[in-house]
Design a binder for this molecule. Sequence first.
Ligand SMILES: [Zn+2]
Length: 275
Amino acid sequence: MRRTGVALTLIAATSLLFPEITIAIAREGAQARPAPATLPPPRPAKLPSPPVAPAAPNPVPQASVAPRSSPAPAVPATAPAKAGSCLSALAAISGNKLRAAPPSASLTAEGCRVVEPVIVEALAVRRPDGAGSIKLVPPPTLSCDMARALSAWFDSALVPLARGALDKELASLRVGGGHECRRRNRQAQTPMSEHATGRALDIFAFQLGEERQGRLEISVEKPQGLVQTRFLDAVRQSACGAFMTALGPGSDAAHANHLHVDIQQRRTNSSRFCQ
Ligand SMILES: [Zn+2]
C-alpha cells in the first residue's frame, strides 16, 4: 500500500509538470502493477458435503454419505470422470476404489456395449468404528450403474447381515463374471447375457474378519453349517430386492456354485427374477 501511495503521488506530481508524459507513466504503471492476489480456483458446481460421522445409524447408502475432500487418485488423469457422471459421484466417496476401464473392442461390440465401464477394486461401507470398504477379488469390469447398485447393497444389506449372523465384518467378495461379451450360459442361440453389458456380477464366496486372524470364507456353493446357510439365504433374499435378478445354487446347473446378480431391466420396474 505504501509503495502504491508513493507511486500515485509521483504520477500526480509528474502530471502537473509534464501532462503528456503522465499518460504513458500511468499506462505503464497499470501494466506493470502486479496482478491482484491469485484468485482461488473456480468453485466446483457441487461441493462434496462434509464426511459423515462414524457409525451413522441411517442404513440407507447414498453417494453423498462419505464423500472425500479431494479427487479420487484411482481415476487416472488420462481418463478423467466427467463432472456429474456416475463415476465421478462414486469416485468422490472415500473408500471407493474404482477407475474408468481402458477402451477395448469388447466394451463396444454389438450387443455388448458397456455404459461407463469401470474397474471396481473396492466399495465403501460404513462400519461401527467409521468408514470401511469391501474388496472385490479379482476386480471386475462393470457398468458404473451396476457398481452403484452393488455399493448400495453392500452397505445397506451385506455388511449388517454378516455382522448380525456371524458377528464379523465383511471384508471381501470372491467374484467372477462382470463384463463378458457372450450369450447366456455360453450357448450359441441364447440371448445375450446380462454380463455382456457389464450389468451383472457372479459371487462365489464371502470373506469375513481380519486378515491377520485368518479370514472366514463362506462358499456360496458349500456353506458349512446352519449359520452359514442362513446367512446365504438372507443374502439371496436381500439381493432379490436390490437387483432385478438373483440366481444361485438350486436354480439351475449354470448357477450351482455362485450367486448371479444383475440389474438388467425386466418387464416392469418391480419385476424380479429370483431363484
Ligand atoms: Zn452371472
